[in-house]
Design a protein around this ligand. Structure first.
Ligand code: SF4
Length: 386
Protein backbone atom coordinates (compact mmCIF):
# COMPACT_ATOMS: atom_id res chain seq x y z
CA UNK A 1 0.00 0.00 0.00
CA UNK A 2 1.43 3.43 -0.82
CA UNK A 3 1.47 6.28 1.71
CA UNK A 4 -1.75 7.91 0.56
CA UNK A 5 -3.65 4.62 0.57
CA UNK A 6 -2.41 3.98 4.09
CA UNK A 7 -3.31 7.47 5.21
CA UNK A 8 -6.72 7.08 3.64
CA UNK A 9 -7.23 3.81 5.52
CA UNK A 10 -5.91 5.08 8.86
CA UNK A 11 -7.75 8.41 8.80
CA UNK A 12 -10.93 6.55 7.82
CA UNK A 13 -10.41 4.01 10.63
CA UNK A 14 -9.85 6.87 13.07
CA UNK A 15 -13.45 7.85 12.32
CA UNK A 16 -14.44 4.68 14.15
CA UNK A 17 -12.62 5.75 17.28
CA UNK A 18 -14.84 7.76 19.59
CA UNK A 19 -12.82 10.90 20.00
CA UNK A 20 -12.64 14.56 20.78
CA UNK A 21 -12.76 17.10 17.96
CA UNK A 22 -14.69 14.68 15.77
CA UNK A 23 -17.71 14.89 18.06
CA UNK A 24 -18.19 18.50 17.10
CA UNK A 25 -17.06 18.44 13.51
CA UNK A 26 -17.68 15.86 10.86
CA UNK A 27 -14.68 14.97 8.75
CA UNK A 28 -14.54 15.90 5.10
CA UNK A 29 -12.76 13.53 2.73
CA UNK A 30 -10.19 15.50 0.73
CA UNK A 31 -8.29 14.11 -2.25
CA UNK A 32 -4.55 14.53 -2.32
CA UNK A 33 -4.43 15.41 -6.02
CA UNK A 34 -7.23 15.84 -8.56
CA UNK A 35 -6.37 12.40 -9.97
CA UNK A 36 -6.11 10.71 -6.59
CA UNK A 37 -8.89 8.26 -5.86
CA UNK A 38 -8.18 7.76 -2.16
CA UNK A 39 -9.15 10.71 0.01
CA UNK A 40 -7.87 11.52 3.48
CA UNK A 41 -10.33 12.54 6.17
CA UNK A 42 -9.80 16.06 7.45
CA UNK A 43 -11.81 17.70 10.25
CA UNK A 44 -12.62 21.37 10.55
CA UNK A 45 -11.50 22.02 14.14
CA UNK A 46 -11.47 25.07 16.33
CA UNK A 47 -8.35 25.75 18.39
CA UNK A 48 -8.51 27.21 21.90
CA UNK A 49 -7.55 30.64 20.46
CA UNK A 50 -10.64 30.53 18.23
CA UNK A 51 -8.69 29.86 15.05
CA UNK A 52 -10.29 27.31 12.73
CA UNK A 53 -8.00 24.78 11.08
CA UNK A 54 -8.17 21.67 8.91
CA UNK A 55 -7.12 18.86 11.23
CA UNK A 56 -5.90 15.47 10.07
CA UNK A 57 -6.75 12.91 12.72
CA UNK A 58 -4.96 9.67 12.26
CA UNK A 59 -3.15 6.75 13.79
CA UNK A 60 0.47 5.80 13.27
CA UNK A 61 -0.73 2.23 13.32
CA UNK A 62 -4.12 0.56 13.63
CA UNK A 63 -2.37 -2.59 14.91
CA UNK A 64 -2.76 -3.05 18.67
CA UNK A 65 -1.62 -5.71 21.13
CA UNK A 66 -4.22 -4.77 23.77
CA UNK A 67 -7.77 -6.09 23.84
CA UNK A 68 -10.05 -3.36 25.19
CA UNK A 69 -13.57 -4.73 24.95
CA UNK A 70 -15.13 -1.76 23.12
CA UNK A 71 -12.36 -0.91 20.68
CA UNK A 72 -12.37 -1.50 16.92
CA UNK A 73 -8.57 -1.81 16.93
CA UNK A 74 -8.34 -4.51 19.61
CA UNK A 75 -5.93 -7.39 19.07
CA UNK A 76 -7.37 -10.33 17.18
CA UNK A 77 -10.18 -8.40 15.47
CA UNK A 78 -10.20 -9.17 11.79
CA UNK A 79 -9.83 -6.02 9.68
CA UNK A 80 -7.25 -4.45 7.41
CA UNK A 81 -4.56 -2.72 9.43
CA UNK A 82 -1.96 -0.21 8.32
CA UNK A 83 1.20 1.27 9.82
CA UNK A 84 3.40 4.31 9.22
CA UNK A 85 7.01 4.74 10.24
CA UNK A 86 7.58 8.18 11.83
CA UNK A 87 9.54 9.57 8.88
CA UNK A 88 6.98 8.30 6.37
CA UNK A 89 4.07 9.88 8.19
CA UNK A 90 5.92 13.15 8.73
CA UNK A 91 6.74 13.38 5.02
CA UNK A 92 3.24 12.62 3.81
CA UNK A 93 1.72 15.02 6.33
CA UNK A 94 4.05 17.87 5.40
CA UNK A 95 3.08 17.38 1.75
CA UNK A 96 -0.60 17.65 2.71
CA UNK A 97 0.25 20.72 4.73
CA UNK A 98 2.08 22.38 1.87
CA UNK A 99 -0.86 21.70 -0.43
CA UNK A 100 -3.17 23.38 2.11
CA UNK A 101 -5.13 20.15 2.75
CA UNK A 102 -4.22 19.74 6.42
CA UNK A 103 -3.07 22.50 8.77
CA UNK A 104 -2.62 20.44 11.91
CA UNK A 105 -2.62 16.85 13.07
CA UNK A 106 -4.05 14.82 15.91
CA UNK A 107 -1.74 11.86 16.16
CA UNK A 108 -2.67 8.70 18.02
CA UNK A 109 -1.70 5.06 17.72
CA UNK A 110 -2.56 1.49 18.56
CA UNK A 111 -0.04 -0.06 20.96
CA UNK A 112 2.62 -2.13 19.23
CA UNK A 113 5.66 -3.30 21.19
CA UNK A 114 4.48 -1.72 24.46
CA UNK A 115 3.44 1.78 25.50
CA UNK A 116 7.02 3.06 25.78
CA UNK A 117 8.02 1.98 22.28
CA UNK A 118 4.80 3.30 20.79
CA UNK A 119 5.27 6.65 22.54
CA UNK A 120 8.77 6.80 21.07
CA UNK A 121 7.28 6.39 17.59
CA UNK A 122 4.83 9.23 18.23
CA UNK A 123 7.62 11.41 19.63
CA UNK A 124 9.92 10.68 16.70
CA UNK A 125 7.12 11.72 14.32
CA UNK A 126 6.48 15.00 16.13
CA UNK A 127 10.22 15.63 16.44
CA UNK A 128 10.74 15.18 12.68
CA UNK A 129 7.81 17.46 11.94
CA UNK A 130 9.01 20.21 14.27
CA UNK A 131 12.77 20.00 14.02
CA UNK A 132 13.54 18.49 10.63
CA UNK A 133 10.65 19.71 8.51
CA UNK A 134 10.07 22.97 10.37
CA UNK A 135 6.34 22.45 10.93
CA UNK A 136 5.01 25.21 13.19
CA UNK A 137 1.32 24.32 13.07
CA UNK A 138 -0.94 22.49 15.52
CA UNK A 139 0.01 19.07 16.88
CA UNK A 140 -2.18 17.13 19.30
CA UNK A 141 -0.21 14.19 20.61
CA UNK A 142 -1.71 11.23 22.39
CA UNK A 143 0.15 9.84 25.41
CA UNK A 144 0.15 6.05 25.42
CA UNK A 145 -0.74 3.97 28.47
CA UNK A 146 2.50 3.16 30.28
CA UNK A 147 4.54 6.03 28.80
CA UNK A 148 7.48 7.17 30.94
CA UNK A 149 7.80 10.55 32.62
CA UNK A 150 10.61 11.70 30.30
CA UNK A 151 8.39 10.84 27.32
CA UNK A 152 5.52 12.82 28.79
CA UNK A 153 7.83 15.80 29.17
CA UNK A 154 9.14 15.45 25.62
CA UNK A 155 5.55 15.29 24.33
CA UNK A 156 4.86 18.54 26.16
CA UNK A 157 7.84 20.13 24.46
CA UNK A 158 6.60 19.23 20.98
CA UNK A 159 2.80 19.47 21.06
CA UNK A 160 0.09 22.13 21.42
CA UNK A 161 -2.17 19.68 23.17
CA UNK A 162 -1.57 16.31 24.83
CA UNK A 163 -4.23 13.84 25.88
CA UNK A 164 -4.47 10.67 27.87
CA UNK A 165 -7.74 8.82 27.65
CA UNK A 166 -8.85 7.51 31.03
CA UNK A 167 -11.80 5.77 29.30
CA UNK A 168 -13.44 5.02 32.69
CA UNK A 169 -13.76 7.03 35.91
CA UNK A 170 -11.93 4.65 38.24
CA UNK A 171 -10.03 1.37 38.57
CA UNK A 172 -13.08 -0.86 38.98
CA UNK A 173 -14.89 0.57 35.99
CA UNK A 174 -11.81 0.44 33.78
CA UNK A 175 -11.44 -3.28 34.54
CA UNK A 176 -14.86 -3.78 32.92
CA UNK A 177 -13.77 -1.98 29.75
CA UNK A 178 -10.11 -2.67 29.27
CA UNK A 179 -8.77 -5.63 31.27
CA UNK A 180 -5.11 -4.89 30.61
CA UNK A 181 -5.02 -1.18 31.27
CA UNK A 182 -4.03 0.00 34.74
CA UNK A 183 -5.99 3.04 35.79
CA UNK A 184 -3.64 4.47 38.41
CA UNK A 185 -0.18 3.59 37.08
CA UNK A 186 -0.67 3.76 33.32
CA UNK A 187 -3.32 6.43 32.85
CA UNK A 188 -3.69 8.67 35.88
CA UNK A 189 0.03 8.86 36.63
CA UNK A 190 0.95 10.52 33.29
CA UNK A 191 -1.80 13.09 33.91
CA UNK A 192 -0.23 13.84 37.30
CA UNK A 193 3.21 14.13 35.67
CA UNK A 194 1.89 16.69 33.21
CA UNK A 195 0.85 18.97 36.03
CA UNK A 196 3.97 18.22 38.06
CA UNK A 197 6.16 19.24 35.12
CA UNK A 198 4.13 22.42 34.53
CA UNK A 199 4.47 23.41 38.18
CA UNK A 200 8.14 22.53 38.70
CA UNK A 201 9.51 23.85 35.46
CA UNK A 202 7.73 27.09 34.71
CA UNK A 203 10.91 28.44 33.11
CA UNK A 204 11.02 25.77 30.43
CA UNK A 205 8.05 26.24 28.13
CA UNK A 206 6.69 24.16 25.31
CA UNK A 207 7.85 24.55 21.73
CA UNK A 208 5.88 27.75 21.17
CA UNK A 209 6.52 29.29 24.58
CA UNK A 210 3.55 27.66 26.30
CA UNK A 211 2.97 24.31 27.87
CA UNK A 212 0.33 22.35 25.96
CA UNK A 213 -3.21 21.97 27.28
CA UNK A 214 -4.40 18.58 28.53
CA UNK A 215 -7.57 16.66 27.75
CA UNK A 216 -8.97 13.23 28.50
CA UNK A 217 -11.85 11.14 27.28
CA UNK A 218 -14.37 8.75 28.80
CA UNK A 219 -16.40 6.04 27.10
CA UNK A 220 -19.87 6.77 28.49
CA UNK A 221 -21.97 3.75 29.43
CA UNK A 222 -19.42 1.11 28.48
CA UNK A 223 -18.70 0.10 32.08
CA UNK A 224 -22.19 0.78 33.52
CA UNK A 225 -20.68 3.67 35.45
CA UNK A 226 -22.87 6.50 36.77
CA UNK A 227 -22.70 10.16 35.79
CA UNK A 228 -21.73 10.86 39.39
CA UNK A 229 -18.63 8.69 38.99
CA UNK A 230 -17.68 10.35 35.69
CA UNK A 231 -18.18 13.87 37.00
CA UNK A 232 -16.43 13.16 40.32
CA UNK A 233 -13.31 12.18 38.39
CA UNK A 234 -13.73 15.13 36.02
CA UNK A 235 -14.00 17.58 38.93
CA UNK A 236 -10.88 16.05 40.50
CA UNK A 237 -8.96 16.40 37.24
CA UNK A 238 -10.11 20.01 36.79
CA UNK A 239 -8.78 20.86 40.21
CA UNK A 240 -5.65 18.75 40.43
CA UNK A 241 -4.20 18.49 36.93
CA UNK A 242 -5.79 21.59 35.32
CA UNK A 243 -7.66 19.55 32.75
CA UNK A 244 -8.64 21.73 29.81
CA UNK A 245 -11.53 19.56 28.84
CA UNK A 246 -13.07 16.15 29.47
CA UNK A 247 -14.54 14.54 26.37
CA UNK A 248 -17.47 12.18 26.75
CA UNK A 249 -18.10 9.61 24.10
CA UNK A 250 -21.40 7.70 24.19
CA UNK A 251 -20.67 3.99 23.91
CA UNK A 252 -21.56 2.45 20.56
CA UNK A 253 -21.16 -1.29 20.02
CA UNK A 254 -18.67 -2.40 17.36
CA UNK A 255 -19.18 -5.69 15.55
CA UNK A 256 -16.78 -8.50 16.40
CA UNK A 257 -15.86 -7.15 19.83
CA UNK A 258 -16.94 -8.60 23.23
CA UNK A 259 -19.35 -5.64 23.57
CA UNK A 260 -21.01 -6.07 20.19
CA UNK A 261 -24.37 -6.93 21.80
CA UNK A 262 -24.24 -4.30 24.50
CA UNK A 263 -26.82 -1.51 24.19
CA UNK A 264 -25.61 1.79 22.77
CA UNK A 265 -25.65 4.77 25.14
CA UNK A 266 -28.20 7.51 24.44
CA UNK A 267 -26.25 10.46 22.92
CA UNK A 268 -28.37 12.79 25.08
CA UNK A 269 -26.54 11.40 28.13
CA UNK A 270 -23.25 12.45 26.54
CA UNK A 271 -24.72 15.93 25.94
CA UNK A 272 -25.88 16.30 29.56
CA UNK A 273 -22.42 15.26 30.79
CA UNK A 274 -20.83 17.96 28.64
CA UNK A 275 -23.24 20.55 30.04
CA UNK A 276 -22.51 19.45 33.61
CA UNK A 277 -18.74 19.40 33.04
CA UNK A 278 -18.84 22.99 31.74
CA UNK A 279 -20.82 24.03 34.83
CA UNK A 280 -18.13 22.45 37.01
CA UNK A 281 -15.24 23.94 35.05
CA UNK A 282 -16.45 27.43 34.17
CA UNK A 283 -19.59 28.35 36.13
CA UNK A 284 -18.60 27.78 39.74
CA UNK A 285 -20.90 24.78 40.24
CA UNK A 286 -19.94 21.98 42.60
CA UNK A 287 -20.80 18.31 42.34
CA UNK A 288 -23.34 18.82 45.14
CA UNK A 289 -25.22 21.26 42.88
CA UNK A 290 -25.80 18.65 40.19
CA UNK A 291 -29.35 17.29 40.07
CA UNK A 292 -28.33 13.63 40.28
CA UNK A 293 -31.00 10.96 40.65
CA UNK A 294 -30.74 8.50 43.52
CA UNK A 295 -28.68 6.25 41.23
CA UNK A 296 -26.23 9.01 40.34
CA UNK A 297 -27.48 9.95 36.86
CA UNK A 298 -28.32 13.38 35.46
CA UNK A 299 -31.92 13.69 34.29
CA UNK A 300 -32.02 13.45 30.51
CA UNK A 301 -35.10 15.63 30.06
CA UNK A 302 -33.62 18.83 31.47
CA UNK A 303 -30.23 20.50 31.26
CA UNK A 304 -28.47 20.50 34.64
CA UNK A 305 -28.29 24.30 34.94
CA UNK A 306 -32.03 24.65 34.36
CA UNK A 307 -32.77 21.78 36.75
CA UNK A 308 -30.65 23.48 39.44
CA UNK A 309 -32.35 26.85 38.85
CA UNK A 310 -35.84 25.34 39.05
CA UNK A 311 -34.97 23.99 42.47
CA UNK A 312 -33.03 26.98 43.75
CA UNK A 313 -33.93 30.19 41.88
CA UNK A 314 -37.64 29.84 41.11
CA UNK A 315 -38.52 31.14 44.58
CA UNK A 316 -35.40 33.33 44.92
CA UNK A 317 -34.79 35.05 41.58
CA UNK A 318 -31.53 36.93 41.01
CA UNK A 319 -31.59 40.74 40.85
CA UNK A 320 -29.88 41.30 37.54
CA UNK A 321 -28.82 44.90 38.26
CA UNK A 322 -27.04 44.04 41.49
CA UNK A 323 -26.06 40.37 41.43
CA UNK A 324 -22.43 39.34 41.68
CA UNK A 325 -20.77 37.55 38.79
CA UNK A 326 -21.02 34.13 40.48
CA UNK A 327 -24.79 34.62 40.88
CA UNK A 328 -25.27 35.73 37.27
CA UNK A 329 -23.40 32.63 36.12
CA UNK A 330 -26.09 30.47 37.69
CA UNK A 331 -28.96 31.92 35.63
CA UNK A 332 -30.17 29.65 32.79
CA UNK A 333 -29.89 31.36 29.41
CA UNK A 334 -26.87 33.45 30.42
CA UNK A 335 -23.50 32.11 29.38
CA UNK A 336 -19.95 33.25 30.10
CA UNK A 337 -20.08 35.98 27.45
CA UNK A 338 -23.56 37.03 28.56
CA UNK A 339 -22.34 37.61 32.11
CA UNK A 340 -19.50 39.81 30.85
CA UNK A 341 -21.95 41.81 28.69
CA UNK A 342 -24.33 42.34 31.64
CA UNK A 343 -21.46 43.52 33.85
CA UNK A 344 -20.36 45.96 31.12
CA UNK A 345 -23.92 47.24 30.57
CA UNK A 346 -24.28 47.85 34.30
CA UNK A 347 -21.24 50.14 34.27
CA UNK A 348 -23.16 52.60 32.07
CA UNK A 349 -26.56 52.37 33.71
CA UNK A 350 -29.35 50.01 34.75
CA UNK A 351 -30.85 47.25 32.65
CA UNK A 352 -34.54 48.15 32.51
CA UNK A 353 -35.95 45.30 30.45
CA UNK A 354 -34.88 41.95 29.16
CA UNK A 355 -35.44 42.94 25.55
CA UNK A 356 -32.08 44.73 25.61
CA UNK A 357 -30.50 41.35 26.42
CA UNK A 358 -32.66 39.65 23.76
CA UNK A 359 -31.34 42.07 21.14
CA UNK A 360 -27.79 40.89 21.81
CA UNK A 361 -28.73 37.26 21.38
CA UNK A 362 -29.67 36.07 24.88
CA UNK A 363 -32.58 33.71 25.38
CA UNK A 364 -34.90 35.95 27.40
CA UNK A 365 -37.63 33.32 27.74
CA UNK A 366 -35.18 31.09 29.51
CA UNK A 367 -33.81 33.89 31.66
CA UNK A 368 -37.11 35.53 32.69
CA UNK A 369 -38.39 33.08 35.37
CA UNK A 370 -35.17 33.37 37.35
CA UNK A 371 -34.42 37.09 37.46
CA UNK A 372 -35.68 40.37 38.88
CA UNK A 373 -35.19 43.76 37.25
CA UNK A 374 -35.27 46.34 40.00
CA UNK A 375 -37.38 44.06 42.12
CA UNK A 376 -39.84 43.10 39.39
CA UNK A 377 -40.11 39.58 38.06
CA UNK A 378 -40.56 39.71 34.30
CA UNK A 379 -42.14 36.31 33.74
CA UNK A 380 -45.02 37.07 36.10
CA UNK A 381 -45.80 40.37 34.41
CA UNK A 382 -46.05 39.03 30.91
CA UNK A 383 -49.05 36.65 30.87
CA UNK A 384 -51.88 39.17 31.55
CA UNK A 385 -54.43 36.75 30.06
CA UNK A 386 -53.01 33.32 30.90
S1 SF4 B 1 -5.07 0.17 23.71
FE1 SF4 B 1 -6.18 1.71 22.56
S2 SF4 B 1 -6.13 1.03 20.41
FE2 SF4 B 1 -5.52 -0.71 21.68
S3 SF4 B 1 -7.42 -1.88 22.02
FE3 SF4 B 1 -7.20 -0.47 23.76
S4 SF4 B 1 -8.34 1.41 23.20
FE4 SF4 B 1 -7.96 0.18 21.31
Amino acid sequence: MDSINRLHLLSEQMELEPAEERRENLARPVCFTPKQREAVFVHPAQLPNGQSIKLLKTLLTSACERDCYYCPFRAGRDFRRATFKPEEFANVFIELNRKGIAEGTFLSSGIAGGGIRTQDQLLDTADILRNKLGFRGYIHLKIMPGAEKAQVERSMQLADRVSINLEAPNTNRLAKLAPHKQFLDELLQPLRWLEEIRKKQPAYKGWNGRWPSTTTQFVVGGADESDLELLTTTAWLNKNVRLKRAYFSAFNPIADTPFENKTATDPLREHRLYQASFLLRDYGFDLEDMPFTDHGFLPLQSDPKLAWAQLNLAEHPVEINRAEKRELLRIPGIGLNGVEIILRLRQTGKIHDLSSLGRIGMNTKRIAPFVLLDGKQMARQLPLFP
